[in-house]
Design a protein around this ligand. Structure first.
Ligand code: F6P
Length: 360
């Protein structure tokens, strides 16, 4: 193995740079291999300055840095790339150009760091003969086949700190504080942050809620003299007779953008006579330095991806299972997205300690 490429696709997540660093160091130290970074996801293969050599010098000091030194691209689907032709925006398939770019660079492996979408594309490219290795990344923790993705722990810590901060002001002002958290259709961030921050109500997409159940919890607390409440609300949560709330519609490039359910819940609480405030934590969950856990997992994933490439384990993804780094096929990894299950120990535990999911 003499030349490998590495790219970061989709949204960023804390730990991407730690993976890049570990992959470059492992490739050079263990295999005396050249590494090329592809800028802005798959787009780098189509851009003039889209390919950059990555050596020890380029990865020095990036372990604690958030974001990605390679840049990411949410619109980077090579099977549906938007371009302007004669003043009109059209969608074209540039996957063959990507394959040619990989061949031209003589890459013997392409390590792709990404979430669901990027990994799906990775598998499609593998079917075209591209020697692809996947590395699962997302703060949402919704990728199948791996217990956890890097980025999640950092997002969870930020969300937990936010709940801690809301607690003190909620208590002072006797308010119901609603915190809307990311996660798309998976409720892992809200569930764990709610448990870690001692929320009273957790609303997640996997457990549709009833507005009246939320109020029952808030009233029950008020009757016991606890005149404030904390609600951790996943952006994908929805009521039993309602639908998810979006701040922007989707199109053939962008998935619909979730957002607004926190406001809906907060307004309902106010209408019931309880003062409420809504905080949307947003991209603070994705930015900044990764936690020690994420740095460790990202480093293990980066090194493992290069070892997997060296033994030609293509069309596969590194994964954490039972605490050990292993690998699984990209087909299996992307077949069923991971979701919170009602029977998960964390859900049962949350109920045991008196947290309401708004469903009873
Ligand atoms: O998938 C990661 C994530 O942060 C989601 O939790 C969130 O819904 C989405 O990306 C936000 O995407 P964007 O960066 O395009 O606003």
């Amino acid at each position: 193995m003499k030349r490998i490429g590495i790219l970061t696709g989709g949204g960023d997540a804390p730990g991407l740079n730690a993976v890049i660093r570990a992959a470059v160091k492992t490739a050079i130290n263990m295999y005396d291999c050249e590494v090329f970074g592809i800028r802005n996801g798959y787009d780098g293969f189509l851009e003039l300055d889209g390919i950059v050599p990555l050596g020890m010098e380029e990865v020095r000091g990036i372990l604690p840095r958030g974001g990605t030194i390679l840049g990411a691209a949410n619109r980077g689907n090579p099977y549906a790339r938007k371009v302007m032709r004669d003043g009109v925006e059209i969608t074209i398939d540039v996957s063959e150009e990507i394959v040619k770019g990989i061949k031209k660079l003589k890459l013997e492996a392409l390590i792709v760091l990404g979430g669901d979408g990027t990994l799906h594309i990775a598998h499609e490219l593998a079917l075209k003969g591209v020697p692809i290795i996947g590395v699962p990344k997302t703060i949402d923790n919704d990728i199948g086949g791996t217990e956890i993705t890097f980025g999640f722990d950092t997002a969870l810590n930020i969300a937990t700190e936010a709940i801690d901060r809301l607690h003190t002001t909620a208590e002072s002002h006797h308010r119901a504080m609603v915190l809307e958290l990311m996660g798309r259709d998976a409720g892992f961030i809200a569930l764990q942050a709610g448990i870690c921050g001692g929320a009273d109500v957790i609303l997640i997409p996997e457990i549709p809620f009833k507005f009246e159940s939320i109020m029952a919890k808030i009233r029950e607390r008020a009757e016991k003299g606890r005149k404030f409440s904390i609600l951790a609300v996943s952006e994908g949560a929805k009521s039993q007779d309602g639908v998810q709330v979006f701040s922007r519609e989707g199109d053939d490039i962008y998935v619909p953008r979730l957002g607004g359910i926190g406001q809906v819940v907060g307004e309902y609480i106010e209408k019931q006579g309880f003062e409420s405030r809504v905080t949307v934590l947003g991209h603070l969950q994705r930015g900044g330095t990764p936690t020690a856990f994420d740095r460790s997992l990202a480093t293990r994933f980066g090194a493992a991806a290069v070892r997997l490439a060296a033994r030609s384990g293509f069309d596969r993804m590194v994964a954490l299972q039972s605490g050990r780094v292993t690998d699984i096929s990209l087909v299996d990894a992307t077949a069923i997205p991971k979701r919170v299950k009602l029977e998960d120990d964390s859900v049962i535990t949350a109920r045991n300690v008196g947290i309401s999911f708004g469903d009873e």
